[in-house]
Design a protein around this ligand. Structure first.
Ligand code: PLP
Length: 359
């Protein structure tokens, strides 16, 4: 057995962290749905009742007849979805800090057989119509990979959220320029909870063709749902998933936790809790001398700048957080199970660390 208690006693491990929302465990509702699915023999590869139920629940959430596929993770979901929008000589526009550019090891290019990813800039981790237009209009000759898709991350990698109007404006310019729209929704729940809008208003009604709807960071053990609003784009997507090793044989265990998460809006409660925790963390951090908030905290992330000496001291106390995401600084993420005590403990250790290095 791994002796976690001993490691905690030695002081070099903490059971509570702000490093990522994927450090958190499985929420009870998802766990219990998984347990409910663990009875008897059930048809494999998705031809089962749990998969049908979870897919129907996702159609209810979006109030439309979308096509739904459950995959193991976000990298696969994004890459396969994007590759179904493009041919190898096309290009995909995305923000320069987007996960598909910085954190997927080239998988979107790999699964699309070389479709080029083109980077667009924009404040606070968001692309905008002007940036998209500029990149598309830059070249129109045959020597340039033809822009075919645009992807936006909701909530963004920098913890900001596109408003309904912003998504609509991107959808409109994409339509005008003949681009398909993909949304990386690893934290889609956090965006919906923050905006308080109907999910359809920031997806298909705003021009999004396909969404990767995140489950892992919202309380599942694993799993994301690829949701095609333009159902024609889902043609042969099942083969795509299978070839990429993303067709679960015991699909019920990927699907059932989704049913647990969607029932009674647990997904939104989890996200609202994570968002509220981040707001509290932001409030407490902004009161500290030597700590600067980098981006508006609109979802469940807080990015801060502080002296590396102070960050080092607080890390020496067992706190883990990343410094390579987005545009530098330190990222602190809240999750569905962040507690007030976690925040109090972190702030107290950070205060001590700041005082020690005279920040
Ligand atoms: C976590 C995350 C993903 C999915 O990552 P996987 O590790 O492949 O599941 C996708 N996009 C964003 C913005 C993320 O933060």
């Amino acid at each position: 057995m791994i002796d976690i208690d001993a490691a905690v006693r030695r002081g070099n491990l903490r059971l509570r962290q702000f490093a990522s929302d994927n450090y958190a465990g499985i929420c009870p509702e998802a766990f219990s749905a998984m347990e409910s699915a663990n009875t008897g023999h059930v048809v494999s590869y998705g031809d089962d009742e749990w998969t049908t139920l979870a897919s129907d629940m996702i159609r209810d959430v979006f109030e439309t007849r979308c096509e739904v596929f459950f995959v193991f993770n976000g990298t696969a979901g994004n890459s396969l979805a994007l590759s179904s929008l493009c041919r190898s000589y096309h290009s995909i526009l995305c923000h320069e800090t987007s996960h598909i550019e910085t954190d997927e090891c080239g998988a979107p290019e790999f699964f699309s057989n070389g479709t080029k990813v083109l980077l667009v800039d924009g404040e606070n981790g968001k692309i905008n119509p002007e940036g998209i237009r500029r990149m598309v209009k830059k070249r129109s000759d045959i020597h340039y990979p033809k822009p075919k898709a645009v992807t936006l991350t909701q909530a963004t990698e920098l913890g900001t959220v596109y408003t309904e109007d912003e998504v609509r404006r991107i959808g409109a310019v994409a339509k005008e320029l003949g681009l398909r729209v993909h949304m990386d929704g690893a934290r889609f729940a956090n965006a919906v909870a923050a905006l308080g809008v109907a999910p359809r208003a920031i997806t298909w009604e705003a021009g999004v063709d396909v969404l990767c709807f995140g489950g892992a960071k919202n309380g599942l053990a694993l799993g994301e749902a690829v949701v095609f609003f333009d159902r024609e784009l889902a043609y042969e997507f099942d083969y795509h998933c299978k070839q990429a090793g993303q067709l679960a044989s015991k699909m019920r265990f990927l699907a059932a936790p989704w049913a647990g998460l969607l029932k009674d809006d647990v997904w939104l409660k989890n996200a609202a809790h994570a968002n509220a925790s981040a707001r509290r963390l932001e409030r407490e951090l902004s009161a500290l001398e030597g700590v600067e908030i980098m981006f508006p905290c609109q979802a469940n992330a807080v990015f801060v700048r502080m002296r590396p000496e102070a960050a080092g001291l607080v890390q020496d106390r067992g706190w883990m957080f990343y410094d390579f995401i987005g545009q530098g600084g330190y990222r602190l993420m809240c999750s569905w199970d962040t507690t007030d005590e976690d925040i109090t403990n972190f702030i107290s250790d950070l205060k001590d660390s700041l005082a020690k290095c005279g920040c």
